[in-house]
Design a binder for this molecule. Sequence first.
Ligand code: SF4
Length: 226
Amino acid sequence: MPKKARTERRRAKKKTTCSDLSKRVKVCTACRLSKTRTRAVPAEGTHKAKVMFVGIGPGRQEDEAGRPFVGQSGKWFDRSLKRIGLTREEVWVTNLVKCRPFEGRRNRDPRANELAACAAHLDAEFELVKPNVVVPLGNIPLKHLLGLDGITKKRGMCFFKEDDPEVVYFPLLHPAVLVRDKDGNLDEYGVDLRNLRRLLARLGIGKYGKKVREQRKAGSAGKSAC
Ligand code: SF4
């Protein structure tokens, strides 16, 4: 691992607040994407979030705005949140890399060394937020977070990691795929969202989890399972 990335990992581990994490991302030069970005795109949300969404990296509009999931993808993302009974203020939204990877005018996938360099920021976010549910958006986050391949087969299902079995991973398609849907994914995406909504309800999260939260307060709800 390059020296800059090691330093960034050490600094990120000493994180304290969302604002600290955001400031670190904005000045980070741990990989070469810092040289070509307009703005770094820190994660957004609340450290109290129970659900964390993990995308790939900023696109052109995010790079210009300095915010994750804006433009058409952002609209899809916000609509999806609404359907599962959550708002941006209640969740944590982040990307594997915080600076736009691109070639010419087109976005490209982040390279292994860029993912490794930026992992310090994501690790610090997990440490701060400690989410109950993690939603990898697309194949690259699925692979990076769970070591699995094939988002079209793995989407809409629950996964657990041996070293952290309390956290549920529920992969979904990336919103950018839905914007340019050519493969007729929308019906299945609707089913995935309904299943995620049911999962959140069972875990007592968000609008649809209200009943379970009330039962828990009254001491009458059992432990939720996926
Ligand atoms: S992509 Fe991540 S590691 Fe690279 S410069 Fe941006 S914030 Fe730093």
